[in-house]
Design a protein around this ligand. Structure first.
Ligand code: ASP
Length: 318
């Protein structure tokens, strides 16, 4: 049986490399999602997910995360989580609850304490400095306070044909206190059905949630479309509609995989993503939007690109 994972951004790659190794040995898609996203949350230099995530406008880290099981449609989610070490682990646990499966703010910490999950101060010195610098930059230039955000979203298929997906994000840098993006919202930030496939999104949550793009991608795959055709149509049709009717459209990037391990990507900005399957060793790709609105141009990230990325995310912050 085939197995595989696809995920948004370069930051996902180490996690999916380890998790697909477990899938090769018969591990479940549920465990693959939680383990892989946990790795991203724990790495302090990924500045838009988990520990080290970027703070809101008052300097506080508020995290969103969700988990979905494509076998039975169980969903668990957290939003505005301030002190839980691994939001994805709590989201997965919540997915087993019949009621109260989506918690926000203090409710997340209370549930986590009751269930014995680890709490942690999620604000690193580095993130605090980045926040202080941004306050200065906003004061002195026209820089949009919201530049700087990325969600890790993943879809996994295991050898039994079971599929799951998950997301984790600090949302928009400098967001208002209590702001929630698309990442913990079913159908917008993520969706998966083991009889079809799954999809997950990153970009401007306020616009992504207008189109329920992850659900739409899965729905189109369910009509028999290849993941590439489905994700491209769902994403670009809606981006065009939004531009026509509202005058503008934020950044949209989606990845999708079906229950055969075939995959696709759509984006209206430069975007990195990672894929690993039984046919493909863990690979980081760069996707560039096509000028004619067709499928994005995709290339394997060069060593030079990877080195520059690593140097950039770990460079000292003054
Ligand atoms: N979609 C996320 C949000 O709006 C941010 C991102 O993925 O870049 O919260």
């Amino acid at each position: 049986m085939s197995y595989g994972m696809i995920a948004t951004w370069r930051m996902a790659c180490d996690g999916i490399a380890a998790a697909t190794q477990a899938l090769a040995e018969g591990g479940s898609s549920q465990k693959a999602i939680v383990d892989a996203i946990k790795m991203v949350e724990d790495y302090p230099f990924y500045k838009s997910v988990g520990y080290g995530g970027l703070p809101n406008e008052v300097g506080m880290v508020e995290l969103d995360a969700a988990f979905m099981n494509g076998d039975n449609f169980d969903i668990g989610a957290v939003a505005g989580s301030r002190s839980v070490k691994n939001p994805i682990v709590v989201a997965e646990k919540l997915s087993h609850e019949r009621f109260n499966s989506f918690l926000v703010g203090d409710g997340v910490a209370k549930y986590a304490i009751k269930e014995g999950f680890e709490l942690q101060n999620m604000l690193t010195e580095r993130a605090k400095k980045t926040w202080q610098n941004r306050l200065e930059e906003i004061r002195h230039s026209n820089l949009s306070p919201y530049d700087g955000h990325d969600t890790v979203g993943m879809v996994a298929l295991d050898q039994t044909g079971s599929m799951s997906c998950g997301t984790s994000s600090s949302g928009l840098f400098m967001k208002k206190e209590g702001r929630v993006g698309d990442s913990p919202l079913s159908g917008s930030g993520f969706y998966v059905d083991s009889e079809i496939g799954g999809a997950t999104a990153t970009g401007l949550g306020e616009d992504l949630m207008k189109g329920c793009l992850s659900y739409e991608t899965v729905r189109l795959m369910g009509t028999g479309m290849h993941p590439q055709a489905a994700v491209q149509q769902a994403t670009m049709d809606f981006a065009k509609r939004l531009e026509r009717r509202k005058g503008k459209c934020g950044a949209f990037s989606l990845v999708a995989m079906n229950n055969q391990g075939e995959w696709g990507v759509a984006t209206n900005v430069e975007f990195s993503f990672a894929v690993a399957t039984d046919q493909l060793a863990p690979t980081i790709y760069l996707a560039y939007p096509a000028e004619d609105g067709g499928n994005p141009q995709i290339e394997v990230a060069s060593q030079e690109w990877l080195d520059a990325y690593q140097a950039r995310i770990t460079a000292p912050i003054k």
